[in-house]
Design a protein around this ligand. Structure first.
Ligand SMILES: CC(C)(COP(=O)(O)OP(=O)(O)OC[C@H]1O[C@@H](n2cnc3c(N)ncnc32)[C@H](O)[C@@H]1OP(=O)(O)O)[C@@H](O)C(=O)NCCC(=O)NCCS
Length: 152
């Protein structure tokens, strides 16, 4: 399916809408608004939105870099339901991976739930491999898969 969208860096005014989309996609494990604001403050070059011609947000992806600047983390990725399966998720993740490369970060990690086939397939398509499954990642009995990518 085709979709007209462009990817741009996030701006502060996007954050409340992204918070709504976080809730739609991940509640009760969504990032609170104040944490989104903190990611925006700390890693503004690693926070992207996909927007349509009316500047409506169709998807977002953001990440961060670990303390010794060796590993980039994909912190969140989501696409609005009606816009899924149109390659928005893939393109916006590629944008984040490119941003890591410009910062000379070539090792990327993320976590996802083991039953999230859409996300796991997308990440595998981009070269990520399952590294480990942690049964109690958040100490609340919720398992997570850690996936890793080594870029050139
Ligand atoms: C996961 C998600 C971001 C995918 O975004 P998307 O824009 O719909 O995905 P894309 O169209 O870019 O698909 C790229 C690839 O991902 C995989 N994929 C996407 N949706 C899939 C599905 N429903 N089932 C299986 N594989 C899927 C496919 O490999 C696809 O490539 P292909 O179409 O050539 O087969 C989207 O489903 C979403 O927002 N889900 C809810 C939030 C979420 O789970 N985020 C990930 C948290 S780790």
């Amino acid at each position: 399916m085709e979709s007209n969208f462009k990817i741009r860096k996030v701006i502060k005014d996007d954050l409340t809408r992204i918070f709504q989309l976080e809730e739609e996609a991940f509640k009760p494990m969504n990032y609170p608004l104040f944490v989104l604001r903190q990611f925006y403050d700390i890693f503004p070059d690693l926070f992207f939105v996909a927007v349509d011609e009316l500047n409506q947000i169709k998807g977002y992806c953001f990440g961060g870099i670990d303390h010794d600047r060796k590993i980039g983390w994909v912190f969140a990725l989501a696409v609005t339901k009606p816009e899924q399966n149109k390659k928005i998720g893939q393109q916006i993740t590629i944008e984040l991976l490119s941003a890591f490369k410009t910062k000379s970060i070539y090792n990327v990690q993320l976590t996802t739930t083991p039953d999230n086939n859409a996300a796991i397939n997308l990440y595998k398509k981009l070269g990520f491999k399952k590294a480990t499954e942690v049964l109690d990642y958040y100490s609340d009995n919720s398992p997570r898969i850690i996936m890793k990518l080594e870029m050139k």
